[in-house]
Ligand binder design. Structure first.
Ligand SMILES: *Cc1c(COP(=O)(O)O)cnc(C)c1O
Length: 246
């Protein structure tokens, strides 16, 4: 069999996952970091349950989805010890189906205003589930098409979550960044700067504030720049096919 990188599209997802884990480990070692500090979230959007199951059976437990309806359909068909990360844009009216349909939701990575934070906070309470970890999504590339709070607003929103949302656990910052690869390092640096500010304001240590950055094209760079949570989709599961343009 040829090496996994050469025939990526044809590689079973579990082999591709192993290759990603290995690359994360190498990137961590290059930058003097401990690989155990970095979580690989396998982004399974548009992918069918049996393929996700293959990756689960290979021992992986962190998966990410970005459409509520899709996650709510898939989660009950998969084992309960999966830690789901919600990584899509979240609308207020989808908070209830998300939280009631996915008891093993571990993190919502995309909190970007007080309104959605408040809505999540109240829903966690009314459903009676354990406190929900949240990351604040920061728009580090300044693109209008991207969600996220402006970098200058991340301290205020982090404060709001930690002071006013007792059922949420502020756990980190997330960004997508520009996908042109030249601005990516700047975007990642900006997110790390936001963490410095937030940690100072909340009087917490940097270990208490994760950095979710890095996708298929740039996860090794992200690890070298301090990411604790990379979100990798197509490199594990193969290219996505969409039925309609989004
Ligand atoms: C789809 C998606 C990813 C994964 O993208 P790949 O390039 O396929 O690795 C990561 N983060 C977010 C927010 C996504 O929507």
């Amino acid at each position: 069999m040829a090496s996994s990188a050469a025939i990526e599209g044809a590689t079973p997802a579990s082999a591709a996952l192993n290759s990603v884990l290995q690359r994360v480990q190498l990137a961590a070692e290059r930058s003097g970091r401990v690989p155990q500090q970095i979580r690989v979230v396998a982004v399974s959007k548009t992918k069918p349950v049996p393929v996700i199951r293959q990756v689960y059976d290979a021992g992986h437990r962190y998966f990410g989805e970005n459409y509520v309806q899709e996650l709510v359909e898939k989660a009950p068909q998969l084992p309960e010890d999966i830690e789901w990360h919600f990584i899509g844009n979240l609308q207020s009216n989808k908070v209830k189906p998300l939280l009631s349909g996915v008891p093993n939701l571990a993190v919502v990575e995309t909190v970007d205003d007080e309104k959605i934070a408040n809505r999540l906070d109240r829903m966690v309470e009314s459903i009676g589930r354990k406190p929900l970890k949240v990351f604040i999504q920061v728009n580090t590339s300044g693109e209008e098409s991207k969600s996220g709070v402006e970098p200058s607003g991340c301290v205020e929103l982090a404060k709001h979550v930690s002071l006013n949302c007792p059922n949420l656990q502020f756990s980190g910052l997330m960004t997508i960044g520009m996908l042109d690869y030249t601005s990516t390092p700047e975007n990642f640096k900006l997110l790390a700067n936001c963490r410095t500010e937030v940690c100072k304001a909340l009087e917490i240590s940097e270990e208490q504030c994760e950095l979710s950055m890095g996708m298929s094209a740039d996860f090794e760079l992200a690890v070298e720049m301090g990411s604790t949570n990379v979100r990798v989709g197509s490199t594990i599961f193969g290219a996505r096919e969409y039925l309609k343009k989004n």
